[in-house]
Design a protein around this ligand. Structure first.
Ligand code: GDP
Ligand code: ZN
Length: 316
């Protein structure tokens, strides 16, 4: 194939083998050229929204093309797709991973936030917490946990897609960068998208219909480009965010409050599990590390011990 006829584009979304690519001012429906691209990793999806690709437009079929290659990624947000038993790339080349959460309906899940922080940082993105539905009462313990994330240095924002409160502050925060919205279904991601960019409403609906991406059946991400430099990746609503491409001994680095203690662990390196003389476990005992954060850490560690062998042999 004549590579001089290829153009660079950006993947907006795609399901299994057909990807919608924005290239040269138009949208092309693209297949992956050859098997080469699909083979190197056994991932759920070889290409994700935000991927930069080389596309060869089909001269016979306007609006269609072939993806010849994927350019190197700067960041990646990945989850372990339990059903598919493979890593699933939620977004490529994005900057910020926004954990959309609620105080009560659905219940506040700090474990979910902790996982997203690990997935984001391990993939090179900056994590952020966004409490939606702030028009509803916020229980004291939720407010305290949010403050705790803030004290650790994570950005914590509050908004209501219903009243509009805080929505433009959030937009200002992510403008000009690519933000991935991650959250369990029901936290109000769809409502938030509509509040962010009312013009997006129709397009989201259209795409949903076209791809049978109705409520609660969404299982792929989508890059949405809204006016005023808003670039948002909407991801499938997930109940659990299981990790992939993070090694067990890396997890501790993404629990940033562990760091100052970890230096004093008797064993180096220490997984802060049941090693004697673990300074992290001691700090939990003394109340210097939140016990729920430590519990999150141990669960992630345990889970990765089980899943790591399944993806480790792949190209990382
Ligand atoms: P998604 O599953 O994350 O896309 O959530 P939806 O956008 O479909 O919203 C789930 C439910 O929460 C709907 O009944 C919304 O009307 C409601 N909802 C969304 N945002 C807000 C909000 O800011 N405040 C309140 N009170 N309800 C909201
Ligand atoms: Zn330790």
């Amino acid at each position: 194939m004549d590579s001089s006829s290829s153009i660079e584009g950006e993947v907006l979304f795609g399901i299994s083998t057909i990807y919608t690519v924005q290239a040269g001012g138009t949208r092309l429906q693209c297949r992956i050229k050859g098997k080469k691209l699909k083979e190197p990793s056994r991932s759920y999806n070889p290409i994700a929204p935000g991927d930069r690709v080389q596309v060869i437009p089909d001269p016979q079929n306007p609006g269609a093309g072939m993806i010849a290659s994927v350019l190197p990624r700067t960041t990646r947000l990945v989850r372990w797709n339990k059903k598919g038993r493979a890593p699933q790339m939620l977004a490529a080349n994005a900057d910020i991973a926004v954990c959309v959460t609620t105080s009560d309906a659905p219940p506040f899940r700090p474990r979910f936030i902790d996982r997203l922080i690990v997935a984001a940082e391990a993939g090179g993105l900056t994590p952020m917490v966004l409490l939606n539905k702030c028009d509803l009462p916020c229980p004291q313990e939720v407010a305290e946990r949010l403050e705790h994330y803030g004290r650790m240095g994570y950005a914590v924002l509050r908004c209501s897609s219903r009243t509009g409160h805080g929505v433009s502050a959030f937009a200002d925060r992510v403008r000009g960068r690519t933000a991935v919205l991650v959250g369990q279904s029901g936290v109000g991601k769809t409502s938030l998208l509509n509040a962010l960019a009312p013009g997006l409403d129709l397009r989201v609906g259209e795409l949903s219909q076209k791809h049978n991406r109705g409520n609660h059946t969404t299982n792929f991400s989508m890059l949405l480009q809204a006016p005023a430099s808003l670039r948002i990746v909407d991801t499938p609503g997930v109940r659990e965010l299981e990790l992939a491409y993070v090694l067990p001994d890396e997890v501790g680095f993404h629990f940033r409050e562990f760091t100052e203690h970890a230096r004093s662990c008797a064993y180096q390196p220490c997984l802060h599990d049941d090693e004697p003389g673990c300074a992290v476990a001691a700090a939990v005992e003394r109340g210097e590390i939140h016990p729920d954060r430590y519990e999150s850490y141990l669960r992630i560690l345990q889970e990765l011990r089980e899943t790591t062998p399944m993806w480790q042999r792949e190209e990382r």
